[in-house]
Design a protein around this ligand. Structure first.
Ligand code: IMP
Length: 193
């Protein structure tokens, strides 16, 4: 079954395809002729995921899903959260450390979590799936795998950052892996009806 996934991020695409397996062929917006950046202007992860899936549906007419992810740092009252992408882009442009790392200097509480929300549009129904992983922010970036905040985040029960794990190891415990397994279970059950 073909399904459109609202990302042109090769890392995300590979992670999601690995969890969904061969039964689903992921199609990117670019492959459907959608070249522009898909808007995400909402104040919540749920809102952004939903805005992206609805945008793609309007442009392609196909069944599709979109995800939005935030890093929520306890000592920063849940920031950068829905602003994670913007904060990371800004710090890179300025040649600074990623925001979560810089703002936690001298802070004893390094607890954080990643949260992913997926919005799936099938037929005229929308379904949301959430995945969360708890962990902590390390003081120095470590590892070359993955993307985004991966070199800074160690999930609970592990002693390596996401960027020091193979894609399969990350998927087994990650926010996105958890959300996509819920999506996969839903699609399987729907297909069997
Ligand atoms: P978005 O969901 O693609 O908008 O991601 C928001 C921000 O979180 C971006 O800066 C991403 O690079 C980052 N991000 C998303 N997913 C992950 C992940 O699995 N690991 C690390 N960073 C991520």
């Amino acid at each position: 079954m073909k399904i459109v996934f609202a990302t042109n991020n090769a890392h995300k695409l590979a992670e999601v395809q690995a969890v969904l397996g061969d039964a689903y062929e992921l199609v990117t917006p670019r492959m459907c002729g959608v070249e522009e950046e898909i808007p995400e202007n909402q104040p919540t992860l749920e809102g952004n995921a939903s805005e992206k899936s609805h945008y793609l549906r309007a442009r392609t007419g196909l069944d599709c899903f979109a995800d939005d992810t935030g890093l929520e740092v306890e000592a920063l009252d849940g920031a950068p959260g829905v602003h994670s992408a913007l904060c990371l882009r800004r710090s890179r442009l300025r040649g600074q450390q990623p925001p979560a790392a810089a703002q936690l200097e001298g802070e004893a509480n390094r607890r954080a979590r990643f949260r992913t929300v997926i919005s799936l549009l099938v037929g005229d129904e929308e379904h949301l799936f959430e995945g969360v992983v708890e962990g902590r922010i390390v003081e120095r970036e470590s590892g070359a795998e993955g993307f985004g905040y991966d070199p800074l985040f160690v999930p609970d029960g592990c002693d390596r950052t996401f960027a020091e794990m193979s894609p399969d190891e990350k998927n087994a415990v990650s926010h996105r892996g958890r959300a996509v397994r819920k999506l996969a279970a839903f699609l399987r059950a729907r297909g069997e009806k």
